[in-house]
Ligand binder design. Structure first.
Ligand SMILES: CC(=O)CC(=O)C(=O)O
Ligand SMILES: [Mg+2]
Length: 220
C-alpha cells in the first residue's frame, strides 16, 4: 500500500468542519447576530473540487454565493485539545471557498432547518494546493481576497476573526475528535455575492497562493 501524503488531504475522505459568522462584518452584511460561541456545520468529502474542474450551481438554486475562507489542515489528531497546544496539531493550510446556495440557506433558516442542502452539495468546497505550516507563520494575520471576472468582491484579513484558530481547534475537539487530514474552514469576511454560470473566480491568500475556478450549472 502506498503511503498517504497530507499534501493531498482532500483525497483522504476526512471531515470538513466549517465555522459560520466568524467575522463581524460578514455577520452584519447578512443581518445576522454576532455569535458568542462558534457556529459549526459540516461538509462531506464529496464537496471537494480542485482547480481544473468547475464549481457546479446546484439545479435547485438560483443564488449561489462565494465565501473565501482560510482552511486549516489537521496534521495530528486529538480530542479535547487545549488551546495552548492547538497549533501543534496543524499540518498546514489551504485556501478554500465555502460555496453557499443562499436562497436555500434562507429557507432553511426561516424554518429552523439544518443548512446541509445549502452548504454540503457536490463542489461546494473548492480548495487550493496544500500550504505547509511554515509558509504562513502568522495565520491570524493574512489577507484573503476573491475576484469574480476580475472584479474584487472580498478582501479581508484573518485578524478580524472573532474566534482564533487555536480557540476553534480546542472548541471543536471537545466534542468532535479531530483526525489527521481533517479540514477546518474558518469563516468568511464581508463581500459575499452571487455567481453565475460561466463566471471565473480567482482567489488568493496575499502572496502565498492563488487559485481559479469556472462556474457551470449542474446538468439536468
Ligand atoms: C451565513 C453563513 O453562511 C455562515 C458562513 O458560512 C460564514 O462563513 O460566515
Ligand atoms: Mg462560510
Amino acid at each position: 500500500m502506498t503511503a498517504r501524503n497530507i499534501s493531498r488531504f482532500w483525497e483522504w475522505g476526512r471531515k470538513i468542519i466549517c465555522v459560520g459568522r466568524n467575522y463581524a462584518d460578514h455577520a452584519k452584511e447578512l443581518k445576522n447576530a454576532i455569535p458568542t460561541e462558534p457556529i459549526l456545520f459540516l461538509k462531506p468529502p464529496s464537496a471537494y473540487v480542485r482547480e481544473g474542474s468547475s464549481i457546479l450551481v446546484p439545479r435547485y438554486s438560483n443564488n449561489l454565493h462565494h465565501e473565501v475562507e482560510l482552511g486549516v489542515v489537521i496534521g495530528k489528531g486529538g480530542t479535547a485539545i487545549p488551546e495552548s497546544v492547538a497549533m501543534e496539531h496543524v499540518a498546514g493550510y489551504a485556501l478554500c471557498l465555502d460555496m453557499t446556495a443562499r436562497d436555500v440557506q434562507d429557507v432553511c433558516k426561516s424554518k429552523g432547518l439544518p443548512w446541509t442542502r445549502a452548504k454540503a452539495f457536490n463542489t461546494s468546497c473548492p480548495v487550493s494546493e496544500f500550504i505547509p505550516k511554515e509558509r504562513i507563520p502568522d495565520p491570524g494575520n493574512v489577507t484573503l481576497w476573491l475576484k469574480v471576472n476580475d472584479q474584487l468582491r472580498q478582501n479581508g484579513c484573518t485578524s478580524q476573526m472573532i474566534f482564533s484558530i487555536p480557540y476553534l481547534i480546542s472548541y471543536i475537539s471537545e466534542f468532535i475528535t479531530l483526525e489527521e487530514g481533517d479540514l477546518i474552514l474558518t469563516g468568511t469576511p464581508k463581500g459575499v455575492s452571487a455567481v453565475q454560470e460561466h463566471d471565473q473566480l480567482q482567489a488568493g491568500i496575499q502572496d502565498v497562493v492563488t487559485m481559479s475556478f469556472r462556474v457551470d450549472r449542474q446538468e439536468k
